[in-house]
Design a protein around this ligand. Structure first.
Ligand code: FE2
Length: 342
């Protein structure tokens, strides 16, 4: 069995493969590493059998649904996972088989209700139940310190001390540890009494993760993040730089219509000379009146360059095949010292 770890910030994911058959399992894929996983799979000639999430992540975005859809690979979750897109749900003690790799599921609630750890040979993939020098927190939705105590002291710490630990997060630059090392040195595991452990977990008072609501929303539903929505829109339209637009306007290019999609009061305070106005919120409702000619070349602009990207993508979907988005927005236009019309 070969284990290739991936790290993005503090998030860890693992590509586990059978060296004879090339069958592989990817644990806790993260959205920003999608191309790196694909490259590693192609480089080693692997065939991905399963995508696995150890639990519903509250602090980062899982790539399992997206990778599952693009690669045609089943997504596997624990039985208690709320995600409707899971193709297979494992109960405690069930096993995934990929070539010689036997990955056994352990239900280890506590960090979340649906947390699972996975054991394969001498390796234990501990998700956020056990971290190197720490444990997962229990103060986020469905967390429970009593259950975490049972999962740690009743299950994980009973593994052979030489068992290698591969956690779902690491913020301190560690790569792996062992159960024995964690029992000896992990500060949270020194509270071996249930009441003391639970009290310690309840008193941690940690700050909420940055993307809590969006991560829970997308990981539980299979929906996409705002960043993905913008990125998907950006892939469907061409862009024009501020300098190029400035030059084209100065040359009097007469086939280009600038469409300002900000709210009316922002438009009236100053806009690109000659720009027309149609707020993003009314785009679909009024576009037919404003642009009866579908061959018109429309360049969408907004304050920061994001809403205009969505507007240009919508225009393209509606059949304005020459829709373009401004690379940047009115803020950058003003900062560059270009002329405004009031
Ligand atoms: Fe987590």
């Amino acid at each position: 069995m070969h284990i290739e770890p991936f790290a993005n910030g503090g998030c860890r994911s693992y590509l586990i493969s059978c060296e004879t058959s090339g069958r592989a399992i990817l644990i806790d894929p993260e959205i920003h590493l999608v191309e790196r996983y694909k490259a590693a799979i192609a480089r080693d000639g692997l065939s991905l059998s399963y995508l696995l999430d150890t639990h519903t992540h509250a602090d980062h975005f899982s790539a399992s649904r997206q990778l599952g859809a693009t690669l045609g690979v089943p997504v596997v979750h624990g039985r208690k996972s709320p995600a409707p897109f899971a193709d297979m749900r494992l109960d405690d003690g069930e096993m995934l088989v990929a070539g010689d790799v036997r990955l056994v599921a352990l239900a280890t609630p506590g960090h979340t209700r649906d947390s699972m750890c996975f054991s394969a040979g001498d390796a234990l993939f501990t998700g956020d139940t056990l971290l190197i020098g720490g444990t997962g927190r229990t103060d986020l939705p469905t967390g429970d310190p009593e259950q975490l105590y049972d999962s740690l002291f009743g299950r994980l710490l009973k593994f052979d001390p030489a068992t290698r630990v591969f956690p779902g997060h690491d913020y301190k630059g560690n790569s792996e540890s062992t159960i024995g090392q964690e029992i000896e040195t992990n500060p949270r595991l020194q509270k071996r009494d249930r009441q003391e452990f639970v009290a310690m977990m309840r008193e941690l008072n940690l700050a909420a993760p940055t993307h809590l609501t969006e991560a829970l929303r997308t990981n539980m539903s299979g929906g996409i993040t705002v960043e993905q929505l913008l990125s998907e829109a950006a892939h469907t339209v061409p862009f024009m730089s501020l300098a190029e637009l400035h030059d084209q306007l100065a040359r009097g290019a007469n086939d280009l219509t600038v469409l300002d999609v900000r709210e009316r009061d922002a438009f009236e305070k100053g806009h690109i000379p000659g720009a027309r106005h149609l707020a993003r919120g009314q785009l679909e409702l009024r576009i037919n009146d404003l642009f009866p000619d579908p061959t018109v070349r429309i360049l969408a602009c907004c304050e920061f360059g994001k809403i205009s990207t969505l507007a240009a993508a919508t225009l393209k979907q509606l059949g304005f095949m020459r829709a373009v988005a401004l690379d940047g927005g009115m803020k950058a236009w003003k900062d560059a010292g270009y002329a405004l019309e009031v």
